[in-house]
Ligand binder design. Structure first.
Ligand SMILES: [Zn+2]
Length: 296
């Protein structure tokens, strides 16, 4: 193998996934359940990296974590699903164990970087990748480059979209409080849809069930409000969606596009692209591996 292979690790609340990436392909994989204590979690990340290192020509490691990265690049400020890691040195500790540099980034930001390099974002110099899962996150690509600011650019889940609900972050009216996986199901119930499974409710909507269609249209309006703010601020017109809830993006898109058209100064719905990302669950691995490469 002559081209450079690098290691990307995606730390999730339930699973740690790693891959050795070479020219847009994952050539080796490792995966383990996320241990729920600081030391065991750090050891598990190092163990995955060690197993992949023999298949990699670049010993730098990229690590994606679910939370806001502190400006030191070494710890995470807010990790709702991994609270035992909050504020603790992470990259430096993994690096010490391995004797190799570890570069860390927010998981949604790195998913955007992965899509920019190898996925649906490849032909778009400016886009926002929105992760729709338990929470709502985002990664921003501007001029073909990942833009994180000091660490939290792209956090679309906490833009205010005009409703009464209190978000897990403590603020009122956040997008995440109506578009996270749980609130979407809640909204479906309020609209009279009894199914508590998102795929089932999506099928109902696609087959024309009026209550289901209405519930997704409601959620899509809130999404549109947030996308319009992003578009007005940055003139972003391409929005890619990853994560479990993105399987229903076709049901959210029509009302989101209608709001975009109404808010974005004369632009038409067709001026915007709302689409699913193409790397799926692997986007984070690709992005983390790219982060390691970029800093070589
Ligand atoms: Zn919030």
């Amino acid at each position: 193998m002559t081209s450079l292979t690098s290691i990307g690790i995606d730390l999730g609340g339930t699973t740690i996934k790693g891959g050795a990436v070479n020219e847009g392909r994952i050539v080796a994989r490792e995966e383990t359940t996320t241990p729920q204590s600081e030391d065991a979690c750090i050891e598990a990340i190092a163990s995955i990296a060690r197993n992949l290192a023999s298949k990699s020509t670049n010993q730098r490691i990229g690590l994606g974590v679910p939370g806001v990265i502190n400006p030191d690049g070494d710890s995470v400020a807010g990790t709702p699903n991994l609270s035992f890691l909050a504020g603790k040195p992470l990259a430096s500790r993994v690096s010490e164990i391995l004797g190799a540099p570890v570069l860390m980034g927010n998981d949604a930001s790195l998913a955007a970087l992965g899509e920019a390099k190898h996925g649906a974002g490849n032909s778009h110099p400016d886009f926002l990748l929105v992760t729709l899962g338990t929470g709502v996150g985002g990664g921003l690509i501007l001029g073909n480059k990942l833009h994180t600011g000091p660490g939290m650019a792209g956090e679309i889940g906490h833009l205010q979209v005009g409703h009464e609900r209190i978000c897990a972050c403590g603020a009122q009216g956040c997008l995440e409080a109506v578009l996270g996986a749980a609130p979407i199901i809640e909204n479906l119930k309020e609209c009279g849809v009894t199914s508590s499974s998102l795929p089932e409710a999506s099928q109902l909507a696609r087959s024309g069930n009026a209550d289901a269609v209405k519930a997704f249209a409601n959620a899509g309006k809130y999404l549109g409000e947030a996308l319009a703010q992003v578009s007005l601020l940055l003139d972003i017109r391409v929005f890619l969606f990853a994560g479990g809830v993105s399987a229903a993006i076709d049901l959210l898109a029509p009302s989101a596009l209608a709001i975009l058209e109404k808010r974005a100064f004369g632009r038409k719905a067709q001026d915007f692209l709302i689409a699913r990302s193409t790397l799926g669950e692997d986007a984070g691995i690709f992005g983390a591996a790219e982060l390691a490469l970029q800093n070589t």
